[in-house]
Design a protein. Structure first.
Length: 171
């Protein structure tokens, strides 16, 4: 969901099956989780609507659509059920999910992969595929194009070299 849909970890944790259209190959991002820990209180996870964030519909690749179909058929889930879930009711704890991702990626020999790395990879794939910064901002739910430009298009030496090579390929 993060790598192939550009969602944040908290958006992926709050995603419900009613937000997933497997026929159209789209995900509607409408909410996110917010975790808090008050003094003397349990760790709480609340689901917030995307009021401060932009609600958006994201097309997803066939690979993710097929994976979600398989997930749904194996584990069930519909309507109000969370797509990413545990045995406990409610949304998953994003802190635990983050730790699991890091551990499993290291165990697989991939190094320490975080949700941020996956989301950044989504953005870079979109940019390298030719997406304009406004489209990337819309797909990822950024409030402004400037956020995309600053974070992903600042120009690495490799990126600059690739640009120049593409600019003058025909000559």
């Amino acid at each position: 969901l993060i790598l192939y849909g550009g969602l944040t970890l908290s958006e992926a944790a709050a995603l419900k099956w009613k937000d997933v259209d497997l026929q159209a190959g789209e995900i509607s991002v409408r909410r996110f989780t917010q975790e808090s820990r008050d003094e003397g209180q349990e760790h709480r996870i609340s689901v917030k609507t995307a009021s401060g964030r932009r609600e958006r519909t994201v097309p997803i690749p066939r690979k993710l659509t097929e994976h979600l179909k398989k997930l749904r058929s194996e584990y069930g889930g519909e309507g109000e059920d969370y797509v990413v879930r545990t045995r406990e009711p409610g949304p998953v704890n994003t802190g635990r999910l983050r730790v699991q991702l890091c551990r499993r990626s290291e165990k697989a020999g991939l190094g320490r992969i975080t949700p941020r790395i996956l989301r950044d990879t989504y953005a870079m794939h979109a940019i390298r595929a030719g997406a304009a910064s406004d489209m990337v901002a819309e797909l990822m739910g950024f409030a402004s194009v400037q956020q995309v430009t600053k974070r992903y298009m600042s120009g690495s030496p490799r990126g600059k070299r690739e640009l120049i090579e593409r600019m003058y390929e025909e000559e």
